[in-house]
Ligand binder design. Structure first.
Ligand code: FUB
Ligand code: ZN
Length: 655
């Protein structure tokens, strides 16, 4: 479902069509088997982030709540959301690729969710089944509004893409239940959920129904957070809560819940990364819908903090496994990174939301970083294995150090906390919504992601994009304009393109992009050719990033590269790259479903015997080749070490 101006977008890019087919043919059926316990996960890990899963029970919990089965709730307190995000993924897919069999299955899931919902609209199977007396009484950890928020998102998406009214009605009933329980008025609960999500969900529900009640409620949840930094401890003691679903959360002192101050006073992104980001998505949406400039400014401040000081080169965010959290500016350790897939998905969602309010290329730059790197690494090329945490460097020894034992060298089938798999699939399934952004306020259409597609606008303008992305920088835009129609088309110039050539109907034009955006006023059929500079870039980090000092990373266009052990024998830390590199890119059709690889022909392999080395005991340095592959494609072959940042060699070596 696209905003008013856009009727339809069909992705034609071979790269992305493969992913869409993967989601249809592999990920959706596979995730269904997991959430309905038709199969046990084959690859799990007890130490890796997300935890091992034997059984999901997610669908079963709904059946128990619906009275169709007997038993106890099993799994995470928010296990319902695995079903909701699966449904949301299916919704986007059905919008583009109608499939009666899949729709029948998803309709049944909607019916089940409707049956599980209480008469008053409440739905959180864990509380309904096992602890009904505690409904809305332990908001610090209950995830009730988080879970319902995920349903509201799914219900809206399913309604918009398939027309299933019941899916929307369930969402409305749920939001009404929340509205009658929460708010300023006397007798209502003056509080909020430990995990933001409801804010963004209610904003979407408002946009779909146009019922202002949901916008007021979203606004309420955005603004109450941080008003009373003791809300959770007060509620826990007032309700005499003895049992904690997540005991470590009870007395967490730092800004884990992002509620120590109102957003207007928060100067640095701190706390659980996904919570912070979901909150910011909702806050930005509310700011945009209500015209709250102060709120929008507060969100932009935190956005800048994240993307300019706390984001890994891959787009991953959340530096520590302790609390799955942001740490502080310029602290970007590679070996202990967390970088949850959900956090990368949320970064793309936040960037998209920001783009509705502000015209700047920086948001599309982040979306691009996520969809080709940080977020995309969350799913295997086979669609049936997922990363929860996404390292920038890992090897056999990582598991021995408690601060990196959450990392894995292979993607897993499923997790006891299975939030990431369906989060990455719902992002990829909705990718066509990330290509254009229409501003109803200023009546322009921004071509944001330079992905081959065909788009039809409501006034029958047709836009055809043929692009070489992500491997080549050529983008051809053909616009067909019916008589008396016109279009203000803006096109993003990615920051990495140092020189962009533009031709309009074959004529070379001088361009003057502003904030990474080019402007075209189109009144008749036109062909625009852009040529972005996709030369290989050697990247250094700011000197304040201690972990990357003396190191370089490699990027070409939107793609960040890494080295894997399978391509480079020996130990990955023994490789050094010289300052003047001899590097070549080549497309390898039969590798990893077709990828571009880089080869550094004059790398150095340094082999030593002693623990510490000076000129006297230094033994062996030899010329070596170092092969790099796109980061998103790592861990799809034999497990082994991987690194994104490379040490540099001061010296040159010859054979
Ligand atoms: O708490 C719900 C989800 O589980 C979070 O968004 C993830 O970070 C994981 O902790
Ligand atoms: Zn996750």
């Amino acid at each position: 479902m696209f905003p008013s101006k856009i009727k339809k977008v069909k992705i034609t890019s071979a790269f992305w069509k493969r992913y869409q087919q993967l989601i249809i043919n592999k990920a959706i059926p596979f995730q269904w088997k997991m959430i309905s316990d038709k199969e046990k996960p084959k690859v799990t890990s007890k130490t890796a982030a997300g935890g091992a899963s034997e059984q999901s029970n997610a669908l079963n919990n709904l059946k128990i709540a619906a009275g169709l089965k007997k038993g106890h709730h099993h799994g995470m307190i928010f296990q319902d959301t695995d079903v909701y995000k699966w449904l949301e993924t299916v919704a986007y897919i059905l919008g583009e690729y109608p499939d009666e069999k899949l729709k029948v299955l998803a309709d049944k899931v909607v019916d089940l969710i409707g049956d599980a919902q209480d008469k008053d609209g409440y739905l959180s199977t864990r509380y309904q089944i096992d602890t009904p007396k505690l409904k809305f009484k332990q908001l610090q950890q209950s995830h009730e509004l988080y879970s319902m928020g995920h349903y509201i998102e799914a219900g809206v998406a399913y309604y918009q893409n398939t027309g299933n009214q019941k899916a929307l009605n369930i969402a409305i009933k749920m939001a009404n239940c929340i509205d009658s329980n929460f708010g300023q008025t006397d007798g209502k609960l003056h509080g909020y959920d430990g995990h933001p999500e409801i804010e963004l969900a209610l904003s979407k529900l408002y946009e779909c129904t146009k019922d202002k009640k949901y916008l007021y409620l979203a606004n309420y949840f955005v603004n109450i957070r941080g008003e009373n930094p003791h809300f959770f401890s007060d509620q826990n003691s007032y309700n005499d809560i003895k049992y904690d679903p997540f005991p470590e959360m009870r007395n967490t002192s730092e800004n884990y819940f992002f509620d120590k101050k109102p957003i207007y006073e928060q100067k640095m992104a701190q706390g659980h990364a996904v919570r912070v980001l979901y909150y910011l998505i909702g806050a930005e949406h509310v700011a945009n819908l209500t015209g709250n400039y102060e709120l929008s400014r507060a969100v932009s401040h935190l956005w800048n903090d994240i993307v300019k000081k706390q984001m890994y080169i891959t787009g991953n965010v959340g530096q520590t496994a302790v609390g799955e959290a942001f740490t502080c500016d310029y602290d970007l350790p590679n070996r202990t990174d967390y970088g949850e897939t959900c956090a990368s998905v949320a970064m793309a969602m936040l960037a998209k939301q920001m783009e509705f309010s502000h015209l700047s290329g920086q948001y599309g730059d982040v979306i691009e970083r996520e969809i080709y790197n940080g977020a995309l690494a969350g799913i295997a090329l086979d669609g049936e294995h997922y990363f929860y945490a996404n390292p920038l460097e890992v090897d056999e020894n990582s598991k021995y150090n408690p601060s990196s034992s959450h990392l894995s060298m292979k993607r897993l089938s499923w997790f006891s906390c299975a939030c990431c798999p369906s989060n990455i699939t719902r992002l990829l399934a909705s990718l066509s919504q990330y290509i254009y952004t229409y501003s109803s306020k200023n009546n322009y259409l921004l071509l944001d992601q330079l992905i081959s597609n065909v788009a039809i606008l409501n006034n029958d303008i047709e836009i055809r994009i043929k692009s070489g992305f992500p491997w080549k920088g050529n983008v051809e835009i053909n616009v067909k304009v019916p008589a008396n129609e016109k279009l203000n088309l803006k096109v993003r110039i990615p920051k990495w393109s140092k020189k962009t050539l533009v031709k309009i109907d074959g004529q070379l034009k001088k361009i003057h992009p502003e904030n990474g955006i080019l402007d075209f006023q189109i009144v008749h059929n036109v062909k625009i050719n852009l040529n972005y500079d996709m030369s290989i870039e050697k990247i250094h980090a700011n000197p304040l990033v201690m972990a990357d000092q003396g190191k370089v990373a490699f990027k070409k266009g939107p793609i960040i590269f890494c080295a894997e052990q399978i391509d480079n024998s020996g130990n990955h830390t023994n490789y050094l790259v010289p300052k003047e590199i001899n590097i070549e890119a080549k497309y390898e059709e039969n590798l990893l479903h077709g990828v571009e690889t880089l080869e550094i022909k004059n790398a150095v392999y340094q082999e030593e015997k002693d623990l510490y080395i000076n000129q006297e005991n230094r033994i062996n340095r030899k010329l070596a080749k170092l092969k790099l592959i796109p980061y998103y494609a790592w861990a799809n072959r034999e497990p082994g070490s991987m690194n994104v940042w490379f040490n540099q060699s001061e010296e040159k070596y010859n054979d």
